[in-house]
Ligand binder design. Sequence first.
Ligand code: PLP
Length: 368
Amino acid sequence: MTDLSHATALLTIDVGAIVANWRRLSLLVGAAETAAVVKADCYGLGMEHVAPALFEAGARSFFVACVDEGIALRRAVPGAVIFVLSGPLGGDEGEFAAHGLIPVLNSLAQITGWAAFAKKGSGAPAAALHIDTGMNRLGLAEAELERLTAKPEVLASIRPITVMSHLACADDSDSPMNAKQLVTLRRLSAALPAMPQSIAASAGIFLGRGFHLGMVRPGAALYGLNPMQGRPNPMTQVVRLQGKIAQVRDVDSPMTVGYGATHRVEGRRRLATVVVGYADGWFRSLSNRGHGMIGGVKVPVVGRVSMDLTTFDVTDVPVEQAHPGALIDLIGPGHTVDDVAAEAGTIGYEVLTALGRRYHRRWIGTEA
Ligand SMILES: *Cc1c(COP(=O)(O)O)cnc(C)c1O
């Protein structure tokens, strides 16, 4: 049992739910491989705890953002096939080889560098090729791909095992960008040796079978975010965040609450101040907009969120449920990460990756 006596907030991460989400997607995509995107410490949920459970469940290919994350993942999951999305960034090819990391090659410069490194014959791992089809972020443009395919010896030396692209508008199933990007990837891949293709992240999986190709690359959906804008969320919730009440006070008009006195008290109210603030990733934009839950009752944020503290109006909650030391659900049943994101004016990805370092973390549902 975790000692909560000095925890300001408790973050519970349901690893069993993450595994269940991976299995659901894997079932949905049938023959396509379901990789797991575990960059940014599994979107803030703890790679060391989550990635081994996904491997145990059958996931083999993993995507991280950078070499440091790849090295950490290699330690946590020795048997993983690890793709590094940023690829080599100048002179670090040896690190890829030393830790068996597969670079995603995003530019001709990276390809040239990797080819030169592989030529030294030091057992360079295979590589993935990234073709841009509309994001204009990373990946080879069509003209660059033509220059590459004109040099079969370079292409052969980098040993590409998969070719990937990334969708710009997958969360909008009506966007014509989706089909256009898929068609472009298929057309450009035809100039390459036959190898598995990949274009779908979480949202792309739900665009239909045609998008699954050889491999899908979900991140957000594994962690419970809704991959389908405006439709019911098919994924299981993963995160519960509970903040501890430090103080409860009775107030009356004409008092105000917090910095800038932005909330005016109307009548007799009871307020509870929780030890969670914007330094914890509980965004300042939740000021006078966000809410928490106590026993199924909504408790609104009143006044500005400050660095370490947020004040809630708990007037509607029975006194015995709102006392110093009691917990308010900030994220949890009936109030998802996506809900908090909407209230904060951002996306669930940012809420997850901003989850504070001060929270006491507890991982549940890991036993096989
Ligand atoms: C982050 C990322 C993913 C995962 O995206 P989600 O929307 O979280 O599923 C997949 N592919 C690439 C290239 C990414 O950068």
